[in-house]
Design a protein around this ligand. Sequence first.
Ligand SMILES: [Zn+2]
Length: 183
Amino acid sequence: MWPWGHVAVAYLLYTASVSRRSDLSVAPLAVLALAVGSQAPDLVDKPFAWTFDVLPGGRTLAHSIFFAALVLATAYAVARRVDRVEPAAAFGFGYVSHLVADVPPSVLTGDLSGTEYFLWPLLEVPPEEPVAGILDAFLNYYAIGTYEWVQLGLFAVAAVVWYRDGTPGLEWIDRLPGRPTDR
Ligand SMILES: [Zn+2]
């Protein structure tokens, strides 16, 4: 799945789960943490596999449940210390949603190939086409098909839902250094 598909899946699932708990709304910092978590496995594995040639594939270390458990436990421990459990939970939610969203659609037909990354390194991942980075992957391998249209559609739906939620997280971007303020 491409980055925009991941962020859309994470946001739609997260906002649905939050709105089920009537005492909570989508918190701004949590949305940013969710967005980072939804990309985190690829931000680790893709550069280390494609650019630095350290990992054997773009879905290996950070896509495995073992590494995920370590990351999530660490994030939770740190979050408790600084009293920021909600953003840590959102980060973990985004991270896990990424792993689930990477499951190939062929699984619906009972074909489990492509899901080996969950148990890497106990299971080997299938060999990949050589790529020089995410931009190279996009330029050379992005072909618009049903799966890609679904991801673009999900992104459009997520953008509308995010807007209707009040664009949570946008106020944090406005506070970044160098941004003009209304003071
Ligand atoms: Zn991935």
